[in-house]
Design a protein around this ligand. Sequence first.
Ligand code: FE2
Length: 261
Amino acid sequence: MPVKILFIGDIIGKPGRQALSRELDRLVDRHRVDLVLVNGENASGGFGLTTETAKELFDLGVHGITSGNHIWDKKEQVALVLANPRIVRPANYPEGTTGRGGMILTTPGGIKVGVLNLEGRVYMKNLECPFRTADREIELLRQETPVIFVDFHAEATSEKSALGWYLDGRVSAVVGTHTHVQTADERILTRGTAYLSDAGMTGSFDSVIGIGKEEAIHKFLTQLPVKFEIPKKDIRINGVVVSVDEESGRALGIERIAVSC
Ligand code: FE2
């Protein structure tokens, strides 16, 4: 039997969470989903993740939360948030950083799914090498299960594509996040890894990648810091469903999700 994983692209604040609460059950039924993953680094007020928001997502039926560079934004809560075994931050932060980058989740049907979170280095922070970190982490996850989902939180499509090919045949899926713009390049690579450069975002599309248009334009015009508002119009859910053979870990299918709420 294939295991079906629904991955929801970066949830932006309350509008994104509300959309998910309205639509998630329907998506799970329609696609016969076994496991729900979300990128939650922007789920609390557009920046970071609190324990309260994480609980809200888990209560909706989310099984695991990945993140990225914004996971550190709610500084006072981050240690507590990352103590949760169902929440990961990118694995390639320096040794000793709080939290973990990989986790094993179990579907209601008892299938183990490894989840690995990595962050890119092109136009981003100077972290450890995501490629070499992936080698190390995948070896650990593969001791438990061949079904492995990778959220590569990165800016550059070239870096994402390269990691997809680098991990082809060793993981079930490499899906990008962070740009908040869904790409249309989903495919299964030659050795069986499902690939999508970016899953997109879940939030307001009457925005600049999820935040207020006016403030974003002001910031580009002035180069000064601004306080961002989270818009509420034109809410959409972006994500992807990956179907995986549970014995081999090879991807059987990949389908983009884009729902207007
Ligand atoms: Fe990000």
